[in-house]
Design a protein around this ligand. Structure first.
Ligand SMILES: NC(=O)c1ccc[n+]([C@@H]2O[C@H](COP(=O)([O-])OP(=O)(O)OC[C@H]3O[C@@H](n4cnc5c(N)ncnc54)[C@H](O)[C@@H]3O)[C@@H](O)[C@H]2O)c1
Length: 249
């Protein structure tokens, strides 16, 4: 039986990259997937491709920092069955590289509103459904920068660390209701934001891993699938690096 058979799953930032791979694998495992993203063209395209492969996917334009948008996505997702089994908070503000000395208030504000508050808003909206059904899996996409430091990324690194704390906090508060909350911390994964292959930064990324290569979005998606499925039924509050060994070095 597919691992997410008929489960309702919301994936934020599912139009591109890691979120897209997560939406695809959730759908391939039987979930009805709702993709919430700012990018309408790419989001519609991702949902259409999934449907062409006999999956069940709906795109809804959404800015995760807007309470109105978030509520609309959750209401649509719950409309048919009154249930929401899986939430994957993947959308983030990636921003410009900066040290604390140069980070503008605007950079901090966007990092906070999109990456952290977007996760909080979606979590708050789905919790009543998960509490009612006494089950649910929330997966937050943090980063290795939620575990270790990195250069030129004061706001991003701080907010990704905050997501780790948020994950543990939700896991603690809602565990008794069988609502699990875990975080994935991807390392260098090949998406449109990655440095060019062969560039100094790409070579540096490779040198930081045990496996001697960067990762693929699907390698993060398979971890998300495990955390979304009942196979991880006794796992909550976990912070899972998917980083080729980067943070173990
Ligand atoms: N690629 C990596 O190497 C890497 C490493 C560590 C962590 N991550 C994390 O993985 C996640 C996905 O990153 P990615 O590399 O796939 O990036 P990406 O840019 O390819 O995808 C991000 C998606 O989020 C959407 N988005 C951005 N702001 C939004 C908003 N306000 N509301 C709704 N959607 C919004 C974008 O439209 C896009 O579809 C992020 O949380 C990122 O921090 C990525």
């Amino acid at each position: 039986m597919p691992r997410l058979e008929k489960k309702i799953a919301i994936v934020t930032g599912g139009a591109h990259g890691i979120g897209k791979a997560i939406a695809e694998i959730f759908s391939a495992e039987g979930a009805r997937v709702f993709i919430a993203d700012l990018d309408e063209t790419a989001g519609e395209e991702t949902a259409a491709t999934i449907r062409q492969q006999s999956g069940d996917a709906t795109f809804i334009r959404c800015d995760v920092s807007s309470m109105i948008d978030v509520a609309a996505v959750v209401q649509s997702a719950a409309k048919k069955t009154g249930r929401i089994e899986v939430l994957c908070n993947n959308a983030a503000y990636l921003g410009q590289g900066h040290r604390a000395g140069e980070a503008s208030d605007d950079e901090w504000e966007k990092s906070f509103r999109i990456s952290l508050m977007g996760t909080q808003l979606f979590t708050r909206e789905v919790l009543p459904f998960m509490q009612k059904q006494t089950s649910g899996s929330i997966i937050n996409i943090s980063s290795i920068q939620g575990i270790v430091g990195a250069r030129n990324s004061a706001a991003y690194t701080s907010i990704k660390h905050a997501l780790v704390g948020f994950t543990r906090s939700v896991a603690y508060d809602y565990g008794a209701q069988n609502i699990r909350c875990n975080a994935i911390c991807p390392g260098a994964i090949r998406t449109r934001i990655s440095p060019e292959i062969g560039s100094e930064l790409h070579e540096r990324q490779i040198s930081k891993t045990f496996l001697g290569r960067t990762g693929e979005p699907r390698e993060v998606a398979t971890a998300a699938l495990f955390l979304a499925s009942d196979e991880s039924s006794y796992i909550t509050g976990a912070i899972l690096p998917v980083d080729g060994g980067w943070t173990a070095m």
